[in-house]
Design a protein around this ligand. Structure first.
Ligand code: NAD
Ligand code: UDP
Length: 314
């Protein structure tokens, strides 16, 4: 199969690239490296079945590309620190970038389009756990809006191409994902807590630490994305992909501190505006439609992630 992955040098995109190369597919990635890194795909660069195109999805000339079996659109800054640093890029990549990708899919008659959306479309949710039918509770003018509304717009664009032109689209609402290849300083909670624990620095909990997230290991997520792309007769579907194992940030800090044998102290810091109080996916739809279930426990996933950070950065 021929696969296109935008954002393929990022955290999730690099795992997806490896997944498809390991299956014997031909993989093209488009990445401008704004938040990703060549390190994540270094071992693929010499392969004749792997093509790295260092370009921006909002400006690239798509006419040089072949028809693809699957187009995954993952390009977008994703961590709160990154999208607050690049708010216009985030809006444009999810808005105009998504439009250009969909136009390309239509023109090239590529077979399936997967949009990497996010649990952030639910905002600070009033429905718990979050089901796909929930419209969300999002502040359209807050500091997270460039990302949340960017992704909501990308979803609207994707569904409009599906309804108007019959493009074979699928939307993944991805919940917090973690694992090797996360950037050590992009500010996400798992990488922060691991780096702080391994270096003996204070573990920074924002707010009271009672807010929750549900963490999915990256190999489970990648398997889910591929099932979403390849399952027949689910055009136009919107599916949550995440692990429903919900934890508070206080609990996560204590688990990582114990697993690393760290003596770091816990330091409470101010929390940013609109930080969601809780988040947990309802994955009934993914189980039923994709026969997908996350398999990697938080303990096992953290163990693998801590080993990666220890080896690479300590
Ligand atoms: P990441 O920042 O590691 O990867 C994103 C990649 O996109 C980077 O390599 C970056 O350089 C590239 N990129 C950004 N803008 C671009 C542009 N205009 N043109 C070309 N390349 C561009 O983030 P990630 O965690 O791997 O997330 C991948 C996707 O999954 C994102 O769309 C994100 O919104 C979504 N997602 C991730 C999570 C998560 O927990 N990691 C959760 C929900 C949704
Ligand atoms: N968080 C924290 N300490 C950190 C980084 C994050 O307490 O050093 C909190 C953050 O306030 C949020 C949760 O952890 O409530 C998840 O943050 P992350 O940036 O990883 O993801 P998102 O907010 O996008 O779900």
């Amino acid at each position: 199969m021929k696969i296109l992955i935008t954002g393929g040098a990022g955290f999730i995109g690099s795992h997806l690239s490896h997944f498809h190369i390991d299956k014997g597919d031909t993989v093209y990635i488009i990445d401008n490296l704004i938040t990703g890194s060549k390190d994540n795909i270094q071992d693929l660069l010499h392969k004749s079945s792997f093509h790295f195109v260092e370009e921006d999805v909002t400006t690239i000339d798509f006419s040089v590309f072949p028809t693809f079996d699957i187009v995954y659109h993952l390009a977008s800054p994703a961590s709160p620190i990154q999208y607050k640093k690049y708010p216009i890029v985030t809006l444009m990549t999810n808005g105009y970038g998504t439009f250009r990708l969909l136009e390309f899919v239509q023109r090239s008659e590529s077979k399936a389009f997967v949009m990497a959306s996010t649990s952030e479309v639910y905002g600070d949710p009033l429905v718990h756990p979050q089901v796909e039918e929930y419209f969300g509770n999002v502040n359209s003018v807050g500091p997270r809006a460039c990302y949340d509304e960017g992704k909501r717009y990308a979803e609207a664009m994707t569904m409009t191409f599906f309804r108007s032109y019959g493009i074979n689209t699928r939307i993944a609402r991805i919940f917090n994902t973690y694992g090797p290849n996360m950037e050590k300083n992009d500010g996400r909670v798992v990488s922060n807590f691991i780096m702080q624990s391994l270096t003996g620095k204070p573990i920074t909990i924002y707010g009271d630490g009672k807010q929750t997230r549900s963490f999915c290991y990256v190999s489970d997520l990648v398997r889910g994305l591929n099932l979403l792309a390849t399952t027949p007769a689910i055009e136009g579907s919107i599916i949550n992909l995440g692990n429903p194992d919900e934890r508070s940030m206080t609990e996560l800090a204590s688990i990582i501190k114990d697993m690393t044998g760290s003596e770091s102290v816990i330091k409470y810091e101010a929390i940013d505006a609109d930080d969601p109080r809780k988040r947990k996916p309802d994955i009934t739809k993914a189980k039923k439609m994709l026969d997908w279930n996350p398999k990697i426990s938080l303990d096992l996933g953290l163990d693998q992630t801590i080993s990666y950070f220890r080896k690479k950065f300590i």
